[in-house]
Design a protein around this ligand. Structure first.
Ligand code: SF4
Length: 403
């Protein structure tokens, strides 16, 4: 399986960013709070003044007349700005607050969306000739293939592939009522949570992780300062730094992924880096070197590495670029399917499904028409005896020619 981002039909400059919505909402809330407290304190002040008048004590008619005229004056003076503030709150601040609340509800877990296709998320698309990333509204489409036939697809609103694997496999299971035995995917999917998920579903995963290729290189394997090359004593739980000093356990921590998955990490600290002749090559931090280790991820990576470097792993790795990547090449480059024409998740789902069906039919008809050798009188001999009838061949081939 693999994923690609396809540009949405939405306008390119119609973005709504979560960060700016949250910032503007916080500013507005501060403003509203200060206006509200102004009005409330004004009312309190007025009430307390009125309250003083209500205390039972003897009062003369002329005295009352004077007090009333004074209060009226005061109320007139205070009521005008209060009314103005209330009007501003009602007509300006309240609609803006409602707008921000609606935008945040539309955003959900996403960081952005497009005003002209609210389901589209802004993603970095490497579609210019220099392969520079450009932020455009898009959908993250994931496909599974077998012999270059698309066996399953799913549409996602997040830009990273790490978060899409489980949903994709679950929807595959819903559709076929069974799960894949083997999954082959690139380093974009290699995370602790995905490795754990594949093991829990009994799927044989050939999924690379970051630095899989890098760590195979000699200069990486022989660099004694890299974390993965430090000696670890499992029983006594300590590392040994390149200078031969013990790096003792210094505490534990939790790291949360964008999916909310919690990973446990451990910290180890060197004892005395000051004056160490290797310090310049070892680390740039102030004080002693501290390393962060995820032991569970290391275990899972070791198992993944064993699978990936086995003969079967090498076979799957060599096949992946001519399997799923070739399908994306056919769809996006040969058929120029680089931008969707429909808007909204539901319609985009249908459009992409039609593209997948079209791809499979094209692939299937080409496979049927594939010749193995020439027949008698130099007629082509077809793999599939069902289409040996030339009429059927013409019928099958015409739409492709027309296309
Ligand atoms: S700088 Fe610190 S951690 Fe690095 S080799 Fe020297 S003593 Fe060890």
């Amino acid at each position: 399986m693999d994923g690609t981002k396809i540009e949405s039909a939405a306008g390119r400059y119609t973005f709504v960013w979560k960060g700016s919505v949250e910032k503007n909402k916080a500013k507005l809330e501060n403003k509203i709070q200060s206006v509200l407290s102004d009005i409330e304190s004004q009312i309190k002040q007025d009430q307390s003044e009125l309250g003083r008048d209500e205390t039972p004590k003897p009062i003369k008619s002329n005295e009352l007349r004077d007090r009333l005229s004074l209060l009226n004056e005061k109320l007139k003076a205070t009521a005008k700005p209060t009314q103005k503030q209330l009007k501003k709150l009602r007509e300006e601040h309240l609609p803006r607050l409602e707008k921000y609340e609606k935008q945040l509800a539309t955003l959900g877990e996403r960081n952005s969306y497009s005003k002209t296709d609210e389901d589209a998320t802004f993603m970095r698309l490497k579609d210019d000739h220099m392969q520079n990333g450009q932020l455009k509204p898009a959908y993250n489409t994931q496909i599974s293939t077998e012999e270059q036939f698309i066996t399953h697809y799913s549409i996602h609103q997040t830009s990273t592939d790490t978060t899409t694997l489980e949903d994709h496999l679950d929807s595959f299971e819903d559709q076929y009522n069974r799960q894949s035995d083997v999954v082959v995917a690139d380093a974009g999917y290699g995370s602790e949570e995905n490795y754990e998920m594949l093991e829990s579903k009994n799927i044989e995963g050939y999924v690379k992780y970051n630095y899989f290729h890098k760590e195979q290189k000699r200069n990486q394997r022989n660099n004694p300062f890299l974390l993965q090359n430090l000696y670890y004593h499992k029983e006594q739980d300590f590392y040994v730094c390149p200078m031969g000093q013990k790096m003792e356990f210094a505490g534990k921590g939790i790291r949360k992924s964008t999916n909310g998955y919690s990973s446990r990490v451990s910290y180890y600290r060197a004892e005395r880096c000051e004056g160490c002749p290797l310090r310049g090559q070892c680390h740039k931090a102030q004080g002693n070197r501290i390393i962060e280790v995820n032991h569970r991820l290391n275990e899972l990576k070791t198992r993944a590495r064993e699978r990936l470097t086995s003969e079967t792993g090498k076979y799957h790795r060599s096949k992946r670029p001519i399997e799923v990547e070739a399908v994306f090449g056919q769809m996006k480059s040969n058929n120029r399917f680089n931008r969707l024409t429909m808007r909204g998740l539901e319609k985009v789902d249908i459009e992409f499904a039609l593209m997948c069906i079209g791809h499979n039919l094209r692939k299937w008809s080409k496979k049927l028409l594939k010749t193995t050798s020439s027949g008698p009188n130099n007629e082509p001999k077809y793999n599939n005896p069902l289409i040996y009838d030339p009429k059927w061949i013409n019928y099958c081939y015409q739409p492709l020619v027309a296309e």
